[in-house]
Write a protein that binds this ligand. Structure first.
Ligand code: C2O
Ligand code: CU
Length: 521
């Protein structure tokens, strides 16, 4: 992995606070990015998107204002404020919390100065954040207004197969799907996105993605920041491929067309030549990072090389807070980290291509102004208890990620239809260790639905540090392999299946997906 080192925020800017064009030129494959007229268009875009942000922020009880924002603060290099996705209010009756979502089409400025056709949940691009509480029952009424079939998958959630939003539960335009389940996940960061056969990449890259925060009321980590948009901040990264007309690409034909740019978005705002601002009113801030890119890898780091305190992986807290200098997220992965901010800091995203021609480069994405005066308590010394699996009596399987030309395979089968995909059959109570073998030279991101997994080995090496956490999405490099272990604790069904697949969405649509049937033993 090559790290291009970028000067600290503010050192590479013109009088308007924009990065100089050299940043765009550094991108290996990206075409030059239109800078002319950008300010005006960007403001227009924020006008459309920011309403939700204001509502969420004001609702969270702060005087933080998008209009005063970081631009006035000379310590910050930001020229507009981080948009916080709206928090979706649920209504609770008879101990069931009901959320209403509508998948719909719209337009947004993905590439500065250009209007793209997009999709979103309840808005024109991306979706609101949902908060679920462990032990509660949730009901979602999701209406499809896309003009095409869709599903909504709760990525990382431990729910019955019928409620999981896989391809078997696709629902058509004009209809409403209403899954309901008890939240069994621990405190963690999940997300939701479409999962219909062959259209996942198209729908997700156009904006159908949102965050889910699971809270646990009995959680020993209650001392961690949890005031949404104030000291608990979502960071949704997307590196897309867009032509100069703003058409967002999602398949091989599109990716091979000429004149593409690879814009990086943070919470829906283009950060190619803009650094967003966030004012930390509390000394300690928690960030929840999600890589919602179709394929590229996002590595988060500080511009000053300092540490981030990672507290969780995909599937919940680490045993203890762990200082790291980088957090590498493959497509679909999440991580949470905290920063104790006694001075301003800038977060960078390093984009590493996940496929033949994706994005690349280092971006100053978020300039954080430290304005907290409080002294936070020490972080809890133990965040979680993770019993490492002893896999000696686990059932072993090999899952081979393969390819035949442009058709992607799992165990030799292309999962482009329910009848053609490979099927793994197991039973409730089974404990298994899987070797995920990448027989291609391409990068893959291995995602398993239903249950979390532990990493047993990574390319033959024993995991250490944050690799000892719980995952649902992990990198499998070209020619490499990982061993993962999991336990199928509950939820049997002999009709509805879970999926396991590459989270490079183009690969998933091209067949790198298999089914998992969990039946009663
Ligand atoms: Cu995030 Cu099967 O998907
Ligand atoms: Cu892949």
């Amino acid at each position: 992995m090559t790290h291009t080192s970028e000067p600290a925020s503010g050192e590479n800017r013109d009088a308007k606070g924009n990065h100089r064009k050299s940043m765009a030129e550094k991108r290996e494959h990206g075409k030059d990015i239109a800078v002319r007229g950008k300010g005006m268009h960007r403001r227009k875009f924020l006008g459309g998107m920011a309403g939700a942000g204001i509502a969420a922020v004001v609702g969270a009880g702060t005087t933080f204002s998008l209009l005063s924002g970081a631009a006035k603060n000379k310590a910050s290099a930001a020229d507009s404020t981080l948009v916080i996705p709206d928090l979706l209010e649920g209504t609770t009756t008879d101990s069931t919390t009901t959320f209403t979502l509508e998948a719909k089409t719209g337009t947004a400025e993905v590439l500065s100065g250009v209007t793209s056709d997009t999709m979103g949940y309840n808005q024109s691009f991306l979706g609101p954040t949902m908060k679920w509480t462990n032990g509660d029952t949730v009901l979602l009424n999701i209406t499809n207004s896309l003009g095409a079939d869709t599903t909504v998958h709760f990525h990382g959630a431990h729910v019955p197969a019928k409620m999981d939003g896989g391809p078997q539960v696709a629902f058509s335009d004009g209809t409403t799907w209403s899954p309901t389940f008890t939240v069994k996940d621990p405190a963690t960061t999940l997300w939701y996105h479409p999962h219909a056969l062959g259209t996942t990449a198209k729908q997700a890259v156009h904006g159908l993605a949102g965050m889910i925060i699971v809270e646990d009321s009995t959680d020993a980590t209650a001392a961690l920041p949890s005031d949404y948009g104030v000291d608990d901040v979502p960071l949704i990264f997307q590196c897309l491929a867009v032509d100069s007309a703003g058409d967002i690409k999602y398949d091989l034909t599109g990716y091979l067309s000429s004149g593409l740019s690879y814009p990086l978005l943070l919470n829906g705002t283009n950060v190619d030549s803009t650094t967003l601002g966030f004012t930390a009113t509390k000394t300690r801030t928690r960030f929840r990072a999600l890589n919602a890119s179709p394929s590229d890898i996002i590595t988060i780091q500080r511009s000053d090389g300092g540490t981030l305190t990672q507290i969780s992986t995909d599937q919940g807290y680490l045993t203890e807070a762990t200082d790291v200098t980088t957090i590498r997220l493959v497509a679909g992965a999440r991580a949470e980290f905290t920063m104790d901010l006694s001075a301003d800091a800038t977060l960078q995203a390093v984009v590493t291509t996940g496929w033949v021609r994706g994005g690349s480069g280092t971006y100053d994405v978020l300039a954080i102004t430290a304005s907290g005066t409080d002294t936070p308590d020490d972080l809890p010394s133990t965040l979680n208890t993770i019993d490492r699996y002893d896999t000696s009596d686990f059932t072993a399987r090999t899952i081979t990620l393969g390819q035949s030309g442009t058709t992607m395979l799992i165990n030799g089968s292309a999962g482009t239809s329910m009848s053609s995909m490979a099927m793994i059959s197991t039973t409730v109570g089974a404990k298994e260790v899987w070797t995920i073998k990448n027989s291609t030279q391409l990068e893959h991101s291995f995602h398993l639905h239903d249950v979390p997994y532990q990493l047993i080995s990574i390319n033959g090496e024993t995991p250490t540090g944050v690799e000892l956490g719980w995952y649902d999405t992990y990198e499998v490099v070209g020619g490499g392999s990982i061993e993962i272990a999991m336990e199928f604790t509950d939820f049997s069904d002999d009709t509805y299946m879970y999926m396991l697949h590459c989270h490079l969405l183009q690969h998933e649509d091209e067949g790198m997906m298999a089914a998992l049937m969990v039946t009663d033993s």
